[in-house]
Structure formats: structure tokens, C-alpha cells
Design a protein around this ligand. Structure first.
Ligand code: FES
Length: 210
């Protein structure tokens, strides 16, 4: 596995059971990811901000991984269509549903609730906008998220939970109202090339992506 892959959320494996027996809003098969990331810029180049490429086609629906770009962890989540379809249904619960006051490229802002170049994949910084902790994935609807003893509520649509002070974000990284975090999770510039190759750190896929 590439050294660019920092962490795969194996704790989500348990969600597979919930997804297969329950509402099926988002499948969550968190098996080990056999291979990700193929392009390996040097350590120095990465430190200077070189783009990081991820082969997202290896992700199954409901899987998430982290890569490191410019010293920051970045989530890449593959969302099932049902999860994307319900994103616009809870705008009234969000602090900034249109991401007016949040950090992202214009093309992400223009994508609406999906906050993505391809709705199937969500890419965002794994940095809580409160004090910088790394949120955890809690992708299943109504997930009680007992791993950290947090009750996410009966209407939890799936998303991210920050264990430090309890901020909650939806599956597009949009923060819910009345949370410590003031903004949605930031989205870095990225491009998607052929075969679901995501290049984080550029707005347009380089010709080497194919
Ligand atoms: S750092 Fe995430 S809620 Fe405080």
C-alpha cells in the first residue's frame, strides 16, 4: 500500500451489518483497501504541496480513506447514490447549507448539497473547523456511534462526528446548527481523471491522469 494512504477507517466495518439489514441509505463495507494511490511524488515535493493522486475506483460504496496533502489529512469517501439523494433533505438542520461561509473552490460551491465534482465521491479536509481535531466517519443513518459513546440522534442522516467537542457534519462535510464548529469542513482543490483517479491539489486533472 502506498505511503500516501494514512488511514482506512476499519471501524466502519460494523456498519456493513446495519446497511444490509436496515434502510440501506449508505452501504458501508469497510474491508481493507488493497491498493490506493499510484503516483508517488518525493517526500520533499509532497511537503512543498505537490498534488496527491488517489485511485478511488478501489473504494467500495461506503468506504473512506485518508491521504495526506500539504501535511493535512484529507478524506476521500465513496458515497452510494441513496446517500447523495438525501443530502438536500436536511438543509434546515445545517448552519451553512449552501456553504456560503465555508472554504472550498468555486466549482465545489456551485455543486450544491453534494459539494463534490462527482457526487459519488466526497473529498474534504479531515480537520474540524472548531479546534482542528480529526472527525470520525459515522455514515449510517441513525448510527448511535457507540464507539465513542456519542448519541447522534434519531434523525442522524450519516456523516462525520468530531470526538473532541461533539461537532457533527453531514456526508458533504456541512456542519449542523448549534455545534462548536463554526464552518463546514473545507474542501481542497481537486480534479477527477479517468477511472476515478482523484488528484488532490489541482483544479484540472493533469494529462498524466488516465
Ligand atoms: S475540535 Fe471538533 S468539535 Fe472541537
Amino acid at each position: 500500500m502506498s505511503d500516501e494512504v494514512e488511514e482506512v477507517d476499519h471501524s466502519r466495518r460494523r456498519l456493513l451489518t446495519a446497511a444490509t439489514v436496515g434502510t440501506g441509505v449508505i452501504g458501508a463495507a469497510f474491508a481493507a483497501i488493497p491498493f490506493l494511490a499510484s503516483w508517488k511524488p518525493s517526500t520533499r515535493a509532497k511537503a512543498l504541496g505537490a498534488p496527491v493522486e488517489v485511485d478511488a475506483s478501489k473504494l467500495e460504496a461506503g468506504q473512506m480513506l485518508k491521504v495526506v496533502w500539504r501535511g493535512q489529512a484529507v478524506f476521500v469517501v465513496r458515497r452510494v447514490k441513496a446517500a447523495v439523494d438525501q443530502l438536500g433533505g436536511h438543509d434546515a438542520m445545517l448552519a451553512d447549507p449552501a456553504s456560503i461561509d465555508s472554504t472550498q473552490p468555486d466549482y465545489i460551491k456551485a455543486s450544491g448539497a453534494a459539494r463534490a465534482r462527482n457526487p459519488e465521491y466526497w473529498v474534504g479536509l479531515a480537520v474540524c473547523t472548531h479546534l482542528g481535531c480529526s472527525p470520525l466517519g459515522a455514515f449510517a443513518p441513525n448510527d448511535s456511534f457507540q464507539v465513542v459513546g456519542a448519541d447522534l440522534g434519531a434523525n442522524w442522516p450519516g456523516g462525520f462526528y468530531c470526538p473532541c467537542h461533539g461537532s457533527k457534519y453531514d456526508l458533504s462535510g456541512r456542519v449542523f446548527k448549534s455545534m462548536p464548529a463554526p464552518k463546514n469542513l473545507a474542501v481542497p482543490p481537486y480534479a477527477i481523471g479517468a477511472n476515478s483517479r482523484i488528484v488532490i491539489g489541482v483544479d484540472d486533472a493533469p494529462k498524466t491522469v488516465s
